[in-house]
Design a protein around this ligand. Sequence first.
Ligand SMILES: Nc1ncnc2c1ncn2[C@@H]1O[C@H](COP(=O)(O)OP(=O)(O)OP(=O)(O)O)[C@@H](O)[C@H]1O
Ligand SMILES: [Mg+2]
Length: 261
Amino acid sequence: MYTLCHNHEVIDAARLEPPPPAVACRGLQKRYGDVVAVAGLDLEVRRGECFGLLGPNGAGKTTTIEILEGLLAPDAGEVEVLGLRWGRHARALRQRLGIQLQETQLSEKLTVEETIRLFRSFYRRGPSVDEVIQLVELESKRGSRVGKLSGGQRQRLSVACALVNQPEVLFLDEPTTGLDPQSRRHFWDVLRAFRSRGGTVLLTTHYMDEAQSVCDRVGIVDQGRIIALDTPEALVRGLGEAGKTLEDVFVALTGRHLRDD
Ligand SMILES: Nc1ncnc2c1ncn2[C@@H]1O[C@H](COP(=O)(O)OP(=O)(O)OP(=O)(O)O)[C@@H](O)[C@H]1O
Ligand SMILES: [Mg+2]
């Protein structure tokens, strides 16, 4: 569609429209037998932001993120990623996304370098294998088999695998669980570098300090629904008491009982 301007320049009206959000879903539902994992969830992640999904164990975070990643089909609801839909545009979307699962199973027999080379081969574009190894600081483990890596090193390797195509949107499900404080901070640096190039991040975490440091906005999920959504600062301010943290907000909203009871 074209619009004629008063100075007779023809401009493409499509270019004036804001780009679609990085991720958008409406009315998402997913049930496993009697268990309602996702119960009508709406979410919009803006381009360039880092959005955190927080919530107790079993809240439905992984189910939600796997639906958004096109790995699980919802029972109901609509999903758009970068303005595209999984049904029609799966192949094109795959090239533009990076995904780290809550438990990534990498082949134990491959080395770090072979693993990254394999993942890199799935994509048309992206940084070199050396650049990716450098990015996650696994140079000294380049020739080590995956089976011989520590938990934290494996975690870094799985983040590396999600970055091999320089994705526009990065989905990370508990990327720092089990990492030592050094590795967590190193991971935050990797995220900052990714975002400084315009990348969008949707992550889950149980570390409230992490959400406060790296997320522009967070959504608190409980029983398959978003029960609060804002910047970490606004949520903390909403408590109305001095000296409170995001963890206080989390406990105030989700209570103290375990979800398996
Ligand atoms: N494949 C499955 N089959 C049956 N039930 C499932 C399945 N996957 C998830 N669930 C159930 O759905 C609910 C939501 O699980 P989900 O993994 O999405 O939670 P989560 O928020 O990611 O939790 P966590 O913080 O422990 O990772 C839970 O009650 C879980 O037991
Ligand atoms: Mg999970």
